[in-house]
Design a protein around this ligand. Structure first.
Ligand SMILES: Nc1nc2c(ncn2[C@@H]2O[C@H](COP(=O)(O)OP(=O)(O)OP(=O)(O)O)[C@@H](O)[C@H]2O)c(=O)[nH]1
Length: 209
C-alpha cells in the first residue's frame, strides 16, 4: 500500500514569559522537559503524529513571551492553523493577560476564525488539598477562573487532559483551517466533545489541566 503524504499543520504557542510554553512543546515533541530556563526568541519543533490513522506533520512554533521580543512575534503567526494561548496556574497575572493582551493580538493578526486553545501550565505546582481561607484569595489560578476566562474569549473548557491530548485536540481543530481561512465554513466537523462556535465564527477550547 502506498504511504500517504502527511497533512501539514502549523501550531503557534503564545503567552506570558516563563509561563511554560517551551516546556509544554518540548515535553510533547521531544518527550522531555528542558533542563534549564532559557527565554525563547523563537524556536521550531516538528511532531510527526497520526490523527484518525492519517499522518500529520505538525510544526510547533514557540514564541517569546518576554516584552523585549514583542516586535518579532507577529511574524510567527503567518499561515498558522491553530493557536495555543498558555498561562501558568501559579501566576494569576498570566491568566489576566490572556484577555487583556493575548487574545487581542491573536484575533487582530490571525482573524476571528482561527481555533484558539487556552492551556493552563504548571499544574503540578498546585497542592491537591490546600486548606482554603475564604477571606484570602488563592495564589493559584482555580479551574473556575480558567473557565471564566475561557468563556470571555469564547472558548469551551476541557479539564484534566494530558499533554498528548492537548495536542490531539489542537491537531483536530487545526483541520478546520486551510491557508489562513476556515476550510469549510463553520465548525460542523469538529469532534462532538469539543464543538464550539466563537461568537458564531471561530472555535475555542480551554484546557485547565
Ligand atoms: N513545576 C513546573 N515548572 C515548569 C512547568 N513548565 C515550565 N516550568 C518551569 O518554568 C520556567 C519557564 O518555562 P518555559 O517553558 O521556558 O517558559 P516559556 O513560557 O517558554 O518562557 P519564555 O521563553 O520566556 O516565553 C522553567 O524554569 C521551567 O522549568 C511545569 O509544568 N511545571
Amino acid at each position: 500500500m502506498a504511504s500517504q503524504s502527511p497533512i501539514k499543520r502549523k501550531l503557534v504557542i503564545v503567552g506570558d514569559g516563563a509561563c511554560g510554553k517551551t516546556s509544554l512543546l518540548c515535553s510533547f515533541a521531544l518527550g522531555e522537559f528542558p533542563k534549564e530556563y532559557q527565554p525563547t526568541v523563537f524556536d521550531n519543533y516538528v511532531a510527526e503524529i497520526r490523527l484518525d490513522e492519517k499522518p500529520v506533520h505538525l510544526a510547533l512554533w514557540d514564541t517569546a513571551g518576554q516584552e523585549e521580543y514583542e516586535r518579532l512575534r507577529p511574524m510567527s503567526y503567518s499561515k498558522s492553523h491553530v493557536i495555543l494561548i498558555a498561562f501558568a496556574i501559579d501566576t494569576p497575572d498570566s491568566l489576566e493577560n490572556v484577555t487583556t493582551k493575548w487574545i487581542e493580538e491573536v484575533r487582530s493578526i490571525c482573524g476571528p476564525t482561527i481555533p484558539v486553545i487556552l492551556v493552563g501550565c504548571k499544574v503540578d505546582l498546585r497542592p491537591e488539598n490546600e486548606p482554603q481561607d475564604p477571606g484570602v484569595p488563592s495564589k493559584w489560578v482555580t479551574r473556575e477562573q480558567g473557565e471564566r476566562v475561557a468563556q470571555e474569549i469564547g472558548a469551551r473548557a476541557v479539564q484534566r487532559i494530558g499533554v498528548d491530548e492537548v495536542f490531539e485536540v489542537a491537531t483536530r481543530v487545526s483541520m478546520l483551517m486551510r491557508d489562513g481561512v476556515p476550510a469549510h465554513g463553520p465548525v460542523h466537523d469538529a469532534s462532538k466533545h469539543h464543538r464550539r462556535r466563537r461568537r458564531g465564527k471561530g472555535w475555542g477550547c480551554c484546557v485547565v489541566c
